[in-house]
Design a protein around this ligand. Structure first.
Ligand SMILES: Nc1ncnc2c1ncn2[C@@H]1O[C@H](COP(=O)(O)OP(=O)(O)OP(=O)(O)O)[C@@H](O)[C@H]1O
Ligand SMILES: [Mg+2]
Length: 256
C-alpha cells in the first residue's frame, strides 16, 4: 500500500520560518486537498516533498523509504511526482516529445513503441491530441497545464502532487482535469491537490489539510474543516472571500 509519512518538516528562508514543523500521513489512495491562504507554504512544502528544496529538519518517508535526502530525479523514481504552479513545459519540444521525456528519464531503454502508444493515449484522454506536433511554446496556459498533467501521467508515480492545476485553465477544460484526477485516484494512486478553487476541492477531496503560516491548522473531512474556527479565522485574516461553497471561496493565486 502507498504510504507518505511527513514528520516535522521545517524550512527557513533567511529569517522567515516558512514551514514550522509540518506533519501528516497519507495511507493508500487518498485524494487530499492541501489548502491555505496565499503564502501559507503550500508550494514550498511541495518543493521539499519532491526534493527540490532541502528541509532544515524533519523526515519524509515514501512507502517506508526515506526520501528527504534524495535528489528530485531519485524522488520521482521512488514514486513521487508533481506539477508546477507556474507551468514548465519544454518550449522547444513538441507536445509528443514533452511526453517522451519522463518515460525516457525513468528508463533510457524503454520500448519506444510502447512509450509512443502511451503518450498518444494520454494526449487523447486530455483532449490535446490534435496538438501533438505543436511546440510547447505554442500552447495556451490551460493547454500547458494539461501537458504537464500528461507528463506526470507518463511518469505515473504513486503520489501525485498537483499545484494549482486549474489556475488559468479555461472552464471548458476543468471537466477534463476533474475526470483525469478521478481516474488516476481510481487506479489506486494518492493525490495531493493544491487549489484556491474551493469548488474543485470540495467536489473532489475527501480530506483537507489546511496550512497557515507554515503550520497544519486542520486535517480532516471537508465538512468538518470548513467549520473549524481556526480555519475560518485564517481565511478572514487574509481577507479572502468567504462566500460560496457555504463558506470559503478563494481567488486565484495571483502569480499562477
Ligand atoms: N525561495 C524562496 N526564498 C525566500 N522566500 C521564499 C522562497 N520561496 C517561498 N518563499 C516565501 O515563503 C512563503 C510561502 O510561499 P509559498 O509559495 O510556499 O506559499 P503558497 O502557500 O504556495 O502560496 P500561494 O497560495 O500564493 O501559491 C512566502 O512568504 C514566500 O514569499
Ligand atoms: Mg503556491
Amino acid at each position: 500500500m502507498i504510504t507518505l509519512d511527513v514528520r516535522d518538516i521545517r524550512k527557513k528562508f533567511g529569517n522567515h520560518q516558512v514551514l514550522k514543523g509540518v506533519s501528516f500521513r497519507i495511507d493508500g489512495p487518498e485524494l487530499v486537498g492541501l489548502i491555505g491562504p496565499n503564502g501559507a507554504g503550500k508550494t514550498t512544502l511541495t518543493n521539499v516533498l519532491d526534493g527540490a528544496i532541502k528541509p532544515d529538519g524533519g523526515v519524509i518517508r515514501l512507502n517506508d523509504r526515506r526520501i528527504d535526502p534524495l535528489h528530485p530525479y531519485e524522488v520521482a523514481r521512488a514514486g513521487l511526482g508533481r506539477t508546477f504552479q507556474v507551468t514548465r513545459a519544454f518550449r522547444r519540444m513538441t507536445v509528443l516529445e514533452n511526453l517522451y521525456v519522463p518515460a525516457l528519464a525513468m528508463d533510457r531503454h524503454a520500448n519506444r513503441r510502447l512509450v509512443d502508444e502511451k503518450a498518444n493515449e494520454i494526449l487523447a484522454f486530455l483532449t490535446i491530441d490534435h496538438l501533438r506536433n505543436e511546440y510547447g511554446r505554442a500552447l495556451s496556459g490551460g493547454q500547458q497545464k494539461l501537458l504537464e498533467l500528461g507528463r506526470l501521467l507518463m511518469l505515473d508515480p504513486d503520489v501525485y502532487i498537483l499545484d494549482e492545476p486549474f489556475a488559468g485553465v479555461h472552464p471548458s477544460l476543468m471537466a477534463t482535469i476533474y475526470k483525469w484526477i478521478e481516474r488516476v485516484n481510481g487506479q489506486g494512486k494518492a493525490i495531493i491537490l493544491i487549489s484556491h478553487q474551493m469548488e474543485s476541492i470540495f467536489t473532489l477531496c475527501r480530506r483537507l489539510l489546511v496550512l497557515n503560516f507554515g503550520d497544519v491548522i486542520a486535517d480532516g473531512p471537508p465538512q468538518v474543516v470548513k467549520n473549524d474556527p481556526e480555519v475560518i479565522k485564517a481565511y478572514l485574516g487574509n481577507e479572502e472571500d468567504m462566500s460560496g461553497t457555504g463558506l470559503v471561496t478563494l481567488k486565484e493565486a495571483p502569480h499562477a
